[in-house]
Ligand binder design. Structure first.
Ligand code: ADP
Ligand code: MG
Length: 377
């Protein structure tokens, strides 16, 4: 693989760089939401320092069915310009030839393209579309870890047409997750909760024998409780996975909630005794991996469990911590509205930008967008 971090200063001089970033930001007005944009800043700064002629930023936003105005990337251009203190132009056009003209005539060094998913070729990994975007630049950098499990044109097919590099963020994501996969420190605690138990099975399998403790909440906890013969009534759980859960329960490292909060026969959060039990284990761990809110934290009454995990993690200054998942990261609002400041102060905590990509990577599945970076061109 070729890494941006290993290029010599001046390497990008006079080059037009295509940077695939992950600006899939739900609400640009929410400062915590901008954490994904923030994560790409070091890469952009390095390219600016390296003398790149143009930095053309490619991203998608949301899951548009056509060009929906509220999924435009336009609001991010001024935010990026302000953050970098540099001009950023936004290129909106119905085809790549027009975009090429906009880029040529623009004085700005940085150009943000409109939501790639507004083009049909992006999600179908269309080589013609990939070739057209590739023609906008001289080299390509993937810094969009969160999308690297997707066979999209700007992630996979584009690498056929340009020399391709691993961006600083993608490299950091892989290094942090590799540290966890290798269980570099012990005790190691894996915390898995959230809604979609099926998505987390790969991670549970991979770490089943490796983790010192596996703390469960949310849908996964309910599925395991069910497997253990505890009635969970109308709570969220995955009936297809109870037999798998039953097998895993033989491992003594699985720790289930001992109490819960809820309503109408539904478990919607862990209870106070579980908060204490989980916090204690977190406090004595040296390596922590967390995916999935402990309860329906979007509702204040059921946010206490998730908040307690964040607080326990913050109290542990010695552990190496990796936190990831769309809603898990969103739940940071329970403890801060400045996630950027928090992670810059607490170097022991790494917040992954990946949801599905992180779970895939941790489980050991190959990510198409990373695999193609192995091929030399
Ligand atoms: P992530 O996006 O961090 O990977 P998931 O998508 O798996 O996490 O799950 C997040 C959702 O899980 C949250 O919206 C939360 O409301 C929900 N959740 C957590 N615990 C429960 C529960 N006991 N019952 C229903 N929903 C839950
Ligand atoms: Mg989610």
């Amino acid at each position: 693989m070729r890494y941006l971090s290993r290029t010599h200063p001046g390497f990008f001089k006079n080059k037009r760089v295509l940077l695939r970033a992950d600006f899939n930001i739900e609400n640009p007005k929410d400062p915590n939401g901008l954490f994904r944009l923030e994560a790409t800043i070091p890469t952009i700064k390095k390219l600016l320092r390296g003398g790149a002629k143009k930095i053309i930023i490619l991203s998608h936003r949301g899951r548009p069915s056509s060009s929906e105005a509220d999924l435009s990337l336009r609001p991010l251009a001024p935010l990026l310009a302000k953050r970098l203190n540099s001009e950023v132009d936004f290129a909106l056009a119905e085809n790549i030839n027009k975009i090429k003209k906009i880029i040529k005539s623009s004085r700005a060094k940085i150009i943000l393209l409109e939501n790639l998913r507004f083009f049909a070729g992006e999600e179908s990994n269309d080589p013609k579309f990939a070739r057209a975007i590739a023609s906008l630049g001289d080299i390509y950098i993937n810094d969009a870890f969160a999308v690297s499990h997707r066979k999209n044109a700007s992630i996979v097919a584009i690498t056929r047409f340009l020399p391709s590099y691993v961006g600083l963020l993608l490299e950091k994501e892989m290094a942090s997750l590799n540290r966890v996969r290798k269980v570099e420190k012990r005790p190691f605690v894996l915390i898995v909760a959230g809604a979609k138990t099926a998505d987390k099975i790969g991670v549970l399998k991979y770490f089943a024998k490796k983790a010192d403790y596996i703390l469960l909440g949310g849908g996964p906890a309910n599925t395991f409780l069910r497997a253990a013969g505890v009635p969970v009534d109308s709570s969220l759980y995955d009936p297809r996975l109870t037999s798998f859960a039953g097998k895993l329960l033989r491992n003594r490292n699985i720790i289930l909630p001992v109490d819960s909060l809820g309503e109408k026969n539904r478990i919607l959060d862990i209870g106070p005794a579980t908060e204490r039990l989980f916090s204690k284990i977190i406090s004595k761990s040296k390596l922590i991996l967390w995916n999935g809110p402990m309860g329906q934290f979007e509702i204040k009454r059921f946010s206490s469990g998730t908040g307690s995990i964040w607080r326990a993690i913050l109290k542990n200054h010695k552990a190496c911590v990796v936190v990831g998942g769309g809603e898990t990261v969103a739940s940071a609002k329970l403890i801060t509205n400045n996630l950027k400041l928090l992670t810059s102060k607490r170097k022991n905590i790494f917040v992954s930008t990946g949801g599905g990509a992180m779970l895939d990577y941790l489980a050991g599945n190959k990510l198409s967008g990373i695999e193609v970076l192995n091929h030399k061109k």
